[in-house]
Design a protein around this ligand. Structure first.
Ligand SMILES: Cc1cc2nc3c(=O)[nH]c(=O)nc-3n(C[C@H](O)[C@H](O)[C@H](O)COP(=O)(O)OP(=O)(O)OC[C@H]3O[C@@H](n4cnc5c(N)ncnc54)[C@H](O)[C@@H]3O)c2cc1C
Ligand code: SF4
Ligand code: SF4
Length: 437
C-alpha cells in the first residue's frame, strides 16, 4: 500500500514548464504558499529542451535555468516531482487533491549530488531527453541543469547490481522505495500541463514515414541543434554524415481535418524559420526548404525574422498534400502539390527532413479535475473574450499551452495573468472569512 501524507497550500500549480514556474513564482511573490507539482523527474518542461528561441535567438536554457533555480529557492514554493494527479475533490477555496508520487529510489534529503552513483553504474539506456540519440545510465540526472539535482534510478533498465548503493557516500540509494499517495489541501488550482506532439500522425498519414531514420520531428531537431545536443552539430542519425540539404514540412497533422487536428499549432512557422536560420548561419551553403501552405508571423519582430531568413536564402515552397518517402541512400523524398506553378505533383530529395507535428495537450482532465475541455482538446475558458485563464470551474485557473498552442512570450504573459486572477480569488476568500468572523 502506498504511504499517505497530507499537506496544505494556498495554491497548487500542476505542471513545471515555463507557464507553471512563472505562475508559481508570481503567486509566491504575492506571499501565497504554492505546491508546484510536476510529473517528470525535473522542472523545465519543453522550453529547457529547445535550442534557441525565436525571434531573438537567445539560448533557451540560459533563460529557463535561472527561473528553475528561482523556483527551487523560493521559500513559499514546495516542489514535488514525479507526481501524478489522481483526482480533485472538494470545492473552490478548499480543494482536496490526490497525487501519487512515483519512487525516485534516491532519498532526496540524504543525496548530496556527488554523482558517484551515475559514474559507477555499468548500464547504458537510451536517453528520453536526447530522444534516444544518446544514452544515459540506469541511475541518472536527465540534464546538467535539472532541478532537483538528485538522480533517479530507472527501475526498468536497472539490473540491481548494487554498485551505486556501494559507491554512495550518504546511503541515499533506496531500492525499496514505494509510491506515496499525497493528499494536498489547496484553496486554488492552476493547470499548466503544456503540450506534446501528435507523434502517431506520420504513421497514420503516410505509413512509410515512420521508418525513415533521417526524418525527425521538430523537437528532435531542437535537440540536435541544442548546444548540449548529442553530436554538438547537425549529423544524420542514420550514418553520422553532415547533411547538405534539409526539408522542413509544416502542418504535419495541424489544419488537417481528416487525419490530424483542425487547429493551427501557431509556433511551427516560426520555429522552422528559427531552425533554418540557425543552420544557414553555420552552413551558408546548405540547402534549406520550408514546405508550407502559408507563413504565419504573428508576433513582434516575427515578420522581420522571416524576411531575414528569405534574404539568407532559405526557400519557402508553397505546397499542399506533402508526402515523404525514403531514398536509396536514406535521404528524404518530398512529394507535394505545387501551389504556385503547375499545381501538379513535384518531387525533390533531401539529406534530412523535419516534420512540424501538431501540438496537442500533454494532459486532459478525463474526470480527474472539474474542468471542461474545448473542441480542440485544450482546456476551455469560461470567458474566452474576457480572460483566457479562467477555466469552467471557480478557483481553477489555467496558463500556457494547456489552454491552447502559443509561443513563450504569450505563455509567460498568460502565466502572470493566471497568478494574478488566482491572487484576486485568494484575497476574496480571505476578505470573506474576515467579514464572517
Ligand atoms: C519544436 C518546437 C520549438 C519551439 N520553439 C519556440 C521558440 O523558439 N520560441 C517560442 O516562443 N516558442 C517556441 N516553442 C513553443 C514553446 O515550447 C511553448 O510556448 C512553451 O514551452 C510552453 O510552455 P508550457 O509551460 O505551457 O508547457 P510545457 O513546456 O509543455 O510544460 C508543461 C509541463 O507540465 C508537465 N505536465 C504535463 N502533464 C502533467 C500532469 N498531469 N501532472 C503534472 N505535470 C504535468 C510536463 O511534464 C511539463 O513539464 C516551440 C515549440 C516546439 C514544439
Ligand atoms: S543497481 Fe542499477 S542503477 Fe545502481 S549501478 Fe547497478 S544497474 Fe546502475
Ligand atoms: S552517490 Fe549518493 S549522494 Fe552521490 S549523487 Fe548518487 S545518490 Fe546522491
Amino acid at each position: 500500500m502506498p504511504e499517505k501524507v497530507q499537506i496544505q497550500y494556498d495554491a497548487l500549480v500542476l505542471g513545471g514548464g515555463i507557464a507553471g514556474m512563472q505562475a508559481a513564482l508570481d503567486l509566491a511573490e504575492q506571499g501565497y504558499t504554492v505546491a508546484l507539482v510536476e510529473r517528470t523527474e525535473t522542472i523545465g518542461g519543453n522550453m529547457i529542451k529547445l535550442s534557441k528561441v525565436f525571434p531573438t535567438l537567445d539560448c533557451a536554457s540560459c533563460i529557463t535555468t535561472p527561473k528553475m533555480a528561482a523556483v527551487a529557492h523560493h521559500r513559499n514554493i514546495t516542489l514535488m516531482t514525479l507526481c501524478e494527479l489522481r483526482g480533485v475533490g472538494g470545492a473552490a477555496g478548499d480543494f482536496e487533491v490526490k497525487v501519487r508520487q512515483q519512487p525516485r529510489y534516491v532519498d532526496t534529503d540524504r543525496c548530496i549530488g556527488c554523482m558517484k552513483c551515475e559514474m559507477g553504474c555499468p548500464i547504458l539506456a537510451p536517453s528520453r531527453e536526447q530522444h534516444g540519440f544518446a544514452g544515459r545510465k540506469a541511475i541518472y540526472v536527465p540534464f546538467a541543469s535539472a532541478i532537483p539535482q538528485v538522480p533517479r534510478l530507472d527501475a526498468e533498465s536497472c539490473t540491481l547490481c548494487g554498485k551505486c548503493a556501494g559507491l554512495c557516500p550518504t546511503g541515499a540509494i533506496d531500492y525499496f522505495q514505494k509510491p506515496r499517495d499525497l493528499k494536498i489541501r489547496t484553496k486554488a488550482l492552476v493547470l499548466a500541463t503544456g503540450y506534446k506532439l501528435l507523434r502517431d500522425y506520420p504513421a497514420r498519414a503516410w505509413g512509410e514515414a515512420a521508418d525513415q531514420p533521417n526524418l525527425v520531428d521538430a523537437l528532435q531537431m531542437e535537440c540536435l541543434l541544442a548546444p548540449a545536443g548529442p553530436y554538438k552539430r547537425l549529423l544524420r542519425p542514420s550514418d553520422g554524415k553532415e547533411p547538405e540539404s534539409v526539408a522542413f514540412i509544416q502542418c504535419a497533422g495541424s489544419r488537417d481535418t481528416q487525419l490530424g487536428v483542425r487547429h493551427c499549432s501557431r509556433v511551427c512557422c516560426m520555429y522552422n524559420i528559427k531552425q533554418a536560420t540557425l543552420l544557414k548561419r553555420e552552413h551558408p551553403g546548405m540547402r534549406l526548404a520550408i514546405y508550407c501552405m502559408d507563413v504565419r508571423c504573428f508576433g513582434k519582430g516575427y515578420e522581420q525574422f522571416y524576411r531575414n531568413a528569405l534574404e539568407m536564402g532559405v526557400e519557402f515552397v508553397r505546397s499542399k498534400g506533402v508526402v515523404t518517402g525514403r531514398s536509396d541512400d536514406d535521404g528524404v523524398i518530398v512529394r507535394h502539390d505545387d501551389m504556385e506553378g503547375s499545381g501538379g505533383p513535384r518531387l525533390d530529395t533531401f539529406d534530412m527532413g523535419v516534420l512540424s507535428l501538431a501540438i496537442v495537450p500533454a494532459w486532459t482532465p478525463d474526470g480527474l479535475a472539474p474542468v471542461r475541455v474545448a473542441e480542440d482538446g485544450f482546456l476551455a475558458s469560461r470567458q474566452p473574450k474576457l480572460s483566457s485563464t479562467l477555466t469552467s470551474s471557480e478557483g481553477v485557473f489555467m496558463a500556457g499551452v494547456a489552454a491552447g498552442p502559443k509561443d513563450i512570450v504569450d505563455t509567460v504573459v498568460e502565466a502572470g495573468a493566471a497568478a494574478s486572477e488566482a491572487g484576486i480569488f485568494l484575497k476574496g476568500l480571505q476578505a470573506g472569512r474576515q467579514r464572517a468572523a
